[in-house]
Design a protein around this ligand. Structure first.
Ligand code: ZN
Length: 159
């Protein structure tokens, strides 16, 4: 992938600890079809996903972020190969680690996800990470909702 310009002005990297302390928030809309690790899964774009990152703390008062995603993505059903709308509505708590040792300790210690925030974080990266986790590995319609295979004529055997 080409490198994106680092100064697009709106959503650059941010200091996660400062956001957590100040209970700040960032939000925006991303087209899932443009995210490198998700693009192959998305059947058709644009697939706008609204995201919001909020500074907070976990149940133990440790600095954390919540990452919330909302939107619909068209995926290809692995059974009938037709489009399937997959709703994405997630809200994830990420506990902030100050360094690698902190990361290991928190990871062993916490039920929440842990993210290394020693350096400023890229919101687009966090959003993409969560979206990868939110999408199914093999999307499929619910039973009985698949389109009939186009190359198989209905097999009628009435008397
Ligand atoms: Zn299907």
């Amino acid at each position: 992938m080409t490198k994106r310009p680092s100064s697009d002005g709106t959503h650059g990297r941010f200091d996660a600890f400062r956001l957590a302390r100040g209970r700040g928030s960032l939000d925006g809309i991303v087209d899932a079809a443009t995210l490198p690790r998700v693009a192959d899964t998305v059947l058709e774009g644009p697939a706008p996903i609204a995201w919001r990152i909020e500074g907070t703390q976990d149940a133990f008062g440790r600095p954390a972020l919540t990452v919330a995603l909302d939107g619909d993505i068209a995926l290809e059903c692995q059974r009938c190969l037709q489009a399937q709308t997959w709703p994405v509505h997630t809200r994830t708590v990420l506990v902030l680690a100050r360094d690698d040792a902190d990361l290991v300790r928190l990871d062993a210690d916490s039920d929440d996800e842990v993210v290394l925030a020693a350096a400023p974080l890229d919101p687009a990266q966090l959003v993409e990470d969560e979206l990868v986790l939110a999408l199914p590995y093999a999307p499929r319609h619910a039973d009985g909702e698949c389109a009939p295979p186009p190359d198989e004529a209905p097999n009628e055997r009435d008397h």
